[in-house]
Ligand binder design. Structure first.
Ligand SMILES: [Zn+2]
Length: 436
């Protein structure tokens, strides 16, 4: 009896020890995942880390070690010779529009269709390595619904910031000018005058947008607008910015021509979209005020090459040509100025998923590969209000990590071929393991 008692005590002791060891092993394995690769691009310290080991717990990065080791028995994702890069951002996209749409065909697209198309394209961008996207213009607040569905885990997609319908003047770039008066066709957020634009901003806030986008000049893909011509007065632009900032919304201004760009910067917008014909004064103003410049330099090149096949009106293609002739020279000036260039492609004009092609053009025309990557990571995170949260692979950051076969600091076009995508700690793509 006594012996039995001792034996059972012993057994209990060993059983507890085993249980503790098992629990410890389970915690090391279940709580942390370790990603192993050949190199890691660090846009914060502007360096390449060799043989990194990235420890992830849940949706956050816990540690990054050069030449690190993985604890025995821990969960490991071995990406071999791949280079790790922070998840990329595209701060100018239209998820509800396909590159095969023209202004005419888009007239048959309902707001419900826009939501469905956005769900499809959100996944395409995520799989191409874009874990942060700013949607700069969509009908019926469809982008708000898609953002909410992604945030609650119902559909896969990047972290989204959304604008709802863009504000614009009657007959301007953000209006719809294809049909004669008897059809009374105009876009939802057309507003003229300071109080009318304030009312629009308030409505956008009510329905859940993250930012306000307005059209400060004409554009390439609208009928009857001059691409360089200013739209809105200073008084109206200031009213938009004041009202938006009062409600904690940031402001993006579509602007191609130099005067509209200068007006928008002076009015206090957070970012200039396109900025294709920005002059020296505009560049200096952007540098001084810290205004972000979203320069989608590949769009006009693509439109000149492909726009006629898609079926855009000749006047639109003519405007694309005018922009394209000057664009790369102007980009070089901006890149050398020290202005905050942020990566945005107008994804939708170019096919969704081909966004990373623009990196090669940025490097060809004045940026280093590291600067181009920073524009889509650290700089973009700053504009999107996620600084210190995402845009780098660093302790405390969200586990938004992509992998490329080649090193993008040697050849930035490596970003066009993404073989691994993790967002918020979840693996969406791992080509080597057949997940895609
Ligand atoms: Zn756009």
């Amino acid at each position: 009896m006594r012996t039995d008692h001792i034996n059972s005590k012993k057994w209990n002791f060993s059983a507890s020890l085993v249980a503790v060891l098992l629990l410890w092993a389970a915690q090391a394995g279940a709580q942390s995942t370790y990603i192993v690769a050949r190199a890691l691009v660090d846009p914060l310290a502007e360096r390449l880390v060799q043989n990194p080991v990235v420890e992830i717990d849940g949706n956050r990065i816990v540690a990054v070690q050069a030449n690190g080791t993985v604890p025995a028995g821990a969960k490991r994702i071995d990406l071999g010779d791949a280079t790790l890069v922070p998840g990329l951002a595209d701060v100018h996209a239209h998820l509800s529009w396909f590159a095969t749409d023209t202004n005419v065909s888009f007239m048959g697209v309902s707001h419900t269709d826009e939501a469905i198309r956005s769900v499809i394209n959100a996944k395409v961008l995520l799989m191409a390595g874009f874990t942060m996207v700013r949607n700069t213009g969509a009908g019926g607040y469809s982008d708000v619904s898609v953002r909410n569905a992604i945030n609650t885990g119902r559909v896969p997609g990047p972290r989204l910031k959304v604008s709802g319908q863009s504000l614009g003047i009657t007959g301007g770039h953000c209006d719809q000018n294809l049909l004669p008066k008897q059809y009374n066709l105009s876009n939802d957020a057309i507003a003229d005058g300071p109080w009318a634009v304030r009312a629009q901003v308030r409505e956008h806030k009510k329905y859940g947008v993250d930012l306000i986008k307005f059209c400060a000049t004409g554009g390439m893909l609208s009928k009857g607008t001059s691409v360089g011509g200013r739209q809105y007065t200073m008084e109206e632009m200031q009213a938009i910015v004041d009202e938006a900032h009062t409600h904690g919304l940031h402001v993006a201004a579509h602007a191609h021509g130099p005067e509209g760009i200068r007006y928008a910067i002076e009015a206090g917008v957070d970012s200039i979209e396109h900025g294709s014909l920005i002059d020296d004064e505009g560049i200096a103003m952007a540098v001084n005020q810290g205004t972000f410049l979203t320069l989608d330099i590949y769009t006009s090149e693509y439109l000149v090459a492909e726009g006629a096949k898609v079926g855009f009106l000749p006047e639109m293609l003519e405007k694309a040509k005018i922009v394209n002739e000057q664009r790369y020279d102007i980009f070089r000036k901006v890149a050398e100025s020290g202005a905050k260039v942020v990566f945005g492609t107008d994804s939708s004009v170019i096919p969704h998923g081909t966004n990373a092609i623009q990196f090669s053009r940025m490097v060809e025309h004045g940026m280093t590969p590291m600067q181009a990557i920073q524009s889509a990571t650290t700089t973009a995170a700053e504009l999107l209000g996620w600084e210190g949260q995402t845009g780098a692979i660093a302790p405390g950051y969200f586990a938004d990590i992509i992998g490329t076969t080649n090193n993008p600091l040697e050849d930035v076009s490596a970003l066009e071929d993404v073989i691994f995508v993790m967002k918020d700690g979840q693996v969406y793509k791992n080509v080597g393991m057949g997940v895609e």
